[in-house]
Unconditional design. Structure first.
Length: 185
């Protein structure tokens, strides 16, 4: 009987699982959490959160998602919905500092040294490339291309002017292209 129930839960859509979760079905929410928590963690790391903070915020995002599960409409994957929650929690936690740092002019990344230089011929992965962007660029690019938020949504979330968000996204993407192209040569 339990195996049949697990099969039914595993085959259910995000919306069906959310509806079951809203009625108190812990197994249904467990499946949603298994899918969404690692994705939220990865987003938070790409946005610049240290590992421990990313773990805490991903867990907080799952708790917030459970509390608000009745509001999930199913018009986007559950993982995308949780990523938005995680991003908002990240900004709430660092709202004052984030505004100051995001408005600052980007600092050019330091020249790689020692071991990093020896490995510069290896292909750079996206996380390493993102780490070389300024905090503002990394955050705006992650929200735009990682979460799928519009420039207007990012501006509202970060309280940055729309033009600043657009500049961070455009400049960040241009740097990522250059960094990734340089590593493939």
């Amino acid at each position: 009987m339990r195996d049949q129930r697990e099969s039914e839960i595993a085959a259910a859509s995000d919306y069906e699982l959310a509806a079951l979760s809203a009625r108190g079905d812990r197994m249904a929410f467990g499946v949603l959490a298994e899918r969404a928590a690692p994705v939220a963690f990865d987003l938070l790391r790409r946005m610049g959160a240290q590992k421990a903070l990313a773990e805490d915020l991903a867990q907080d995002a799952m708790i917030a998602a459970l509390k608000a599960i009745h509001t999930y409409r199913g018009d986007a994957p559950f993982t995308a919905w949780v990523m938005r929650i995680a991003a908002r929690l990240y900004f709430k936690r660092y709202a004052r500092d984030a505004r100051t740092e995001l408005m600052a002019d980007p600092v050019d990344p330091e020249t790689p040294s020692g071991e990093a230089e020896r490995q510069s011929h290896a292909r750079m992965d996206l996380d390493r490339a993102l780490a070389r962007l300024s905090k503002g660029e990394r955050t705006c690019v992650s929200l735009c291309h990682g979460v799928g938020m519009t420039h207007e949504e990012i501006a509202a979330l970060t309280t940055l002017p729309l033009g600043t968000v657009k500049s961070h996204v455009n400049r960040g993407m241009a740097k990522l292209r250059r960094l990734m192209a340089a590593e493939t040569v």
